[in-house]
Design a protein around this ligand. Structure first.
Ligand code: TRP
Length: 355
């Protein structure tokens, strides 16, 4: 059996550098590696609605933003199927059957959901749909028989939950579903890229994101005000690397070629860090270096994005076509699921004859 990728994002905003190093960059590499038979990239609008039920406009508007970000980063519709979750109703059906295989207490233990509930101040008013989204995510993954799910670290508990559901399903109804594996970023800094203010997570409401679609000026401004070592007051002072956002970003983005191109005084990041630790190296210089690296990365993405923006109907056409392809694949799995569960009443002569 071939290798299949499924992954996706909630369309609640434009994608930022955290998405890029956490998952997007890897998806493009995997897509181009030729190792996978199929690649499905899903815009998870139904999941986004689980905590935005009163704001469907926001979700709707961001579907196109996320699609533009995907395409601009190099997701190629000739190689990957980009689709919209809500346009594949088989996913809802599958979720409904999976709900019988998961306990409330198991959902309550999911660390990502726990954190999200706290972040959103739901307290006693957790929407049922939100609480159960790990089940729907298991449906997203298994409907496509995905073997591989490249995501950020925070999604790991969802994949674990999916694997449990698969085992439970296959034990109960016979081998039908595929247990997926998670693929996390290899680079430590990429696992969880902090916001530009040094806070743990990039978030729109904190205003600490660098978006893939930001202008060159916006990027420079964010880098200039980035959190560094608050005790590094004078250039001559020794500086700290740990918790210094500029260095975390360099860990995530910088390559030896960047030194050759932008800062030949140093040969590698370790050398630069040593100098910073010793003292005598100012934040402004390091930030300028980071800015050059980010601009070089983001410029082609930005240019491709503005080109794509000139033909929005073509982007919707990609999504429509992708959603049809995805639906066909999910429908095949659903037929197998119904057969395994013996609820394929009208397609099964044995059932009709009462065997
Ligand atoms: N939960 C993911 C996020 O918040 C989006 C998502 C929905 C997803 N279904 C998925 C990711 C299936 C991977 C696989 O970004």
């Amino acid at each position: 059996m071939g290798k299949i990728i499924l992954t996706g994002d909630r369309p609640t905003g434009r994608l930022h550098l955290g998405h890029y190093v956490g998952s997007l960059m890897r998806r493009v590499e995997l897509q181009n590696s030729g190792e996978f038979d199929k690649v499905f990239i899903m815009i998870a609008d139904a999941q986004a609605l689980t905590d935005n039920a009163d704001n469907p406009g926001k979700v709707r508007q961001n579907i196109i933003q996320v699609a533009l970000d995907y395409l601009a980063c190099g997701i190629d519709p000739a190689k990957s199927t980009i689709f919209i979750q809500s346009q594949v109703p088989e996913l809802c059906e599958l979720s409904f059957y999976y709900m019988n295989l998961v306990t409330v207490s198991r959902l309550q233990r999911n660390p990502t959901v726990k954190t999200e509930i706290k972040m959103r101040n739901f307290e006693a008013n957790i929407p049922v749909g939100f609480f159960t989204y790990p089940i729907s995510q298991a449906a997203d993954i298994t409907a496509f028989k995905a073997t591989t799910v490249p995501v950020g670290e925070d999604q790991e508990p969802m994949i674990e939950q999916t694997r449990e559901i698969v085992r439970r399903f296959n034990n109960t109804y016979g081998p039908t579903l595929v247990e997926p594996e998670v693929l996390l970023p290899q680079n430590c800094a990429c696992l969880r890229l902090p916001g530009t203010d040094g806070k743990a997570k990039m978030s729109k409401s904190l205003g600490n994101c660098i978006y893939l679609s930001d202008t060159a000026d916006e990027v420079s401004k964010r880098v200039k005000t980035m959190f560094t070592d608050p005790d590094h007051l004078r250039v001559s002072d020794p500086g700290k690397i740990e918790g210094n956002t500029v260095f975390t970003y360099l860990d995530a983005f910088c390559t030896p070629e960047d030194f050759q191109r932008f800062w030949p005084d140093y040969s590698c990041l370790e050398e630069l860090k040593d100098h910073y630790r010793r003292g005598g190296l100012g934040d402004v210089k390091v930030k300028k270096f980071l800015d050059s690296i980010l601009q070089q990365k983001l410029e082609p993405i930005r240019n491709r994005r503005s080109e794509l923006e000139t033909d929005i109907p073509a982007v919707y056409e990609i999504l429509r076509h992708g959603s049809e392809t995805a639906r066909e694949a999910a429908a095949k799995t659903l037929a197998e699921v119904r057969r395994a569960m013996r609820i394929d009443y009208f397609d099964n002569d044995d059932l009709i004859k009462g065997v």
